[in-house]
Write a protein that binds this ligand. Sequence first.
Ligand code: AMP
Ligand code: ZN
Length: 486
Amino acid sequence: MLRFYNTLSSKLEEFQPLQAGRVRMYTCGPTVYDHAHIGNFRTFVFQDILRRTLRLRGFELTHVMNITDVDDKIIRKANDAGVSIQEIACKYEEALFVDSDLLSLERPGKVVRATEHIPEMIQLVARLAEKGYTYSSEGSLYFRIGKFPRYGQLAKLDMKGIRPGARIEADTYEKADPRDFAVWKASKPDEPVWEAPFGAGRPGWHIECSAMSMKYLGESFDIHTGGTDLVFPHHTNEIAQSEAATGKPFVRFWLHAEFLIVEGEKMSKSLGNFYTLRDLLAKGHKPSAIRYLLASVPYRRQLNFTFDGLHQAAQSVERLRNFQLRLRTEKFPDGHSEALRERAERARQEFDAGLDDDLNTAVALAAVFNLVRDANTAMDRGEFRRGDAPAVEALLGRFDGIFSVLADDDREKVKDIQLAFGVSLNRWADSVEVQVSDARVEALLAERRQARASRDFARSDQIRQELANGGIIVEDTRDGVRWKRK
Ligand code: AMP
Ligand code: ZN
């Protein structure tokens, strides 16, 4: 039974979509004014695990993600650089998808840009205005929170403490009530502007997600996600606008990822304590290790980013890849053992139970590593049979359908982006040269076998040394030669 923690109810709830068999899900995508940092990717990796788990559970998925391509930060950057906001937005949207591919993030079925949905936003604002939920002030339109009694449920706001009627300035726009927020912002010099019946201007950030999610997913849909900083005010305001306009419940399940932190503080652009994916690649870290690290801590727990943690993540990936290689290349005796088949089945159940429990990736990973340990022990003892391999291989496949780190393609991926974007990742450029490919290892080992058969031990030692220089450890076992990367 699949269960998620719903921020709206503050409870773990059994998940069922509104329409049997199909899940409709919306995720708040990035504001494209700079490279995403790995804190952002923590949230995107969580969303990827969520997508993959829903599909593993047999649901069809309609997944929409927005790109915020007009906002204060983009406008400021474009004005500073003397280019259009489209130029800035395009550049960083492209970078986002390159980074997403490196991290093996599946693309949402539909990616929608705010600037391409202005008519839908204007329509929604008009609908709110018609129902009396808005008022205008100095050319901007504000949502009147006092008219929406359920305001703040998601964030568990205590509205009693906030005094209505106080006139304060926020966002440099005048508001009648501090709790009110802009759904349409009056045009200002040096800002992009769209014509609307209620005056020229641009949409507020929150209206963007209400308009686009409802256009593609309907007025009520199943899941809405983002990082925990979006609970208030963004998602709180989305609920108010959408439900005020339609009179229907907007979203069933709200799922929020906790922050990735560095030394106790949220990783963020404004604090300057951030790494982009490219920063980490330039230091020689592998995309698979970064993905593994981001996926390994369950999404509702804060993830404390350290380089030590990243090294451990790389080792975990390596261990799994080596195990898979062993499983595929070692010659096992014929037959099968009932005990191992049961062991693999138990691992599958534990793996699934972990994911079902609000995507507890730590439990799911433990299930896999425990099986790997037991299978390795059985192999070392000569108890592992050829007929045991498929069940273990199937569990690895199931694991990789969610975690997606087993393909040994880090070098190729990084080489590709270097070629495509001329990004200078010097550490990688070096390691790409000296790294010995799997095919090269196999060829050298075959040659070594021959050398030994013809008692040419000098050549055999030379090959072992060459492999060692490339970080390959060769072990001669009773059942043949085994190798792994250091
Ligand atoms: P933004 O581009 O700032 O709108 O952020 C895109 C997504 O990343 C949102 O869902 C944010 O909640 C999320 N996010 C931002 N900073 C962090 C962080 N340090 N850890 C986890 N998620 C984050
Ligand atoms: Zn949003």
